[in-house]
Design a protein around this ligand. Structure first.
Ligand code: FES
Length: 367
């Protein structure tokens, strides 16, 4: 077949993918749970926005905008009282919903609210939803959705590339074929509007007896990636006998770089044997991720991504770009809807999202 016949059209220039001015509305990792004790308050900057985070006496985490609605003191200088937060400057007090409940020099507090954000604590990490109400779930490993599992936190590191560039490498078919000499191609499946799965099944040779015997071990994908919110992805590798599960939680940081927190999962197993096996699998998962990252680090950190000439084997990358473009984009620092001067989901912003979704509807297939 003529090589040119394999070329496909690079439809539109992406506006969100690999753009350091915007990100997808969704769940993002903030800090480790162990780094925030009861009664403790800290300043954080996430996706360009300044915030304060504290843990009340009820152990619940509250994340709010950093600056006091009275005169702008940084609230991380304040004091946690029970489950409430008192500003250090004029001692106004806000409850866990951000409602002002006390102004010392007034008999009644004013009717005002400090902006707070939805949070969840899971996998040993505190997460934030960057919109008003969470529309989809926290990222999880799809293969473990209906199983008991345990997790441990892995390493944290920074790379000099956009999160999207780091993500696409895991489904770069040509890279697997050319550099890793692996025969790999993907089937895609949308889990929900914010999550897409790319899976690889092992090819079966039905003529060989021993392959028939071992076929049950390969009925699930041997390699599967699930991308969440264009920022976090899970990786599942192996047969039904031994399978590694990893989550890489990514976030864009200053200087167009990505900060990554790894989390490793295993199925829950009982007894000493189960404990030993699980620790072996966690070690194996960690080694796998370290090897993958070290192999790719130099190329990813020096490339200037521009998919000008996609060919058919780049199909998965195109599908991932389309998937990212279909989601709700927010602007770095303001967290307002990107490309719209209005706040939140006004009628005009809804129209804008619908138009974008029509434009970016994925026309590629798995053929
Ligand atoms: S600045 Fe916070 S109470 Fe005045």
């Amino acid at each position: 077949m003529d090589a040119n016949s394999q070329q496909i059209k690079a439809t539109y220039k992406p506006k969100v993918f690999n753009n350091s001015e915007s990100f997808i509305e969704g769940w993002y990792w903030v800090i480790l749970s162990n780094d925030l004790g009861i009664g403790e308050i800290k300043p954080i900057t996430l996706l360009g926005r300044e915030l304060a985070i504290y843990r009340g006496q009820d152990k619940q985490v509250v994340i709010c905008d950093a600056y006091c609605p009275h005169m702008g003191a940084h609230l991380s200088e304040g004091i946690v009282e029970g489950n409430e937060l008192r500003c250090a400057f004029h001692h106004w007090k806000f409850n866990a919903d951000g409602i002002c409940v006390e102004i010392p020099c007034l008999e009644e507090p004013l009717s005002l609210k400090l902006k707070t954000w939805p949070t969840i604590e899971k996998y040993g990490i505190i997460w934030i939803w960057t919109g008003e109400i969470p529309r989809e779930s926290l990222p999880f490993v799809p293969e473990l959705e209906f199983q008991e599992w345990e997790s441990v936190l892995g390493s944290r590191f920074v790379m000099n590339c956009h999160p999207h560039i780091m993500m696409l490498n895991a489904i770069d078919t040509q890279y697997f074929q050319a550099v890793q000499t692996l025969d790999i191609g993907f089937e895609k499946q949308e889990l929900n509007p914010n999550a897409i799965i790319f899976s690889k099944y092992k090819r079966q040779n039905h003529d060989l007896l021993f392959k028939k015997i071992f076929r049950p071990l390969y009925k699930n994908p041997i390699y599967s990636i699930c991308y969440w919110y264009g920022s976090t992805f899970t990786l599942t590798v192996g047969t039904d006998l031994r399978r590694c599960y990893v989550m890489l939680a990514l976030r864009l940081i200053e200087g167009e770089r990505v900060e990554v927190q790894t989390i490793f999962f295993t199925k829950k197993r009982k007894g000493l044997h189960g404990w030993l096996f699980n620790h072996f699998m966690l070690w194996l998962s960690n080694s796998l991720v370290q090897e993958l990252i070290n192999d790719e680090r130099k190329i990813l950190q020096t490339m200037q991504f521009n998919l000008k000439t996609p060919i058919k084997v780049d199909q998965s990358i195109m599908q991932l770009i389309n998937h990212v473009e279909l989601q709700k984009p927010l602007t770095w620092k303001s967290w307002l809807l990107a490309r719209s001067p209005t706040v939140g989901r006004s009628p005009s912003s809804d129209t804008e999202i619908k138009e974008n979704q029509t434009k970016w509807r994925d026309e590629l297939t798995n053929d």
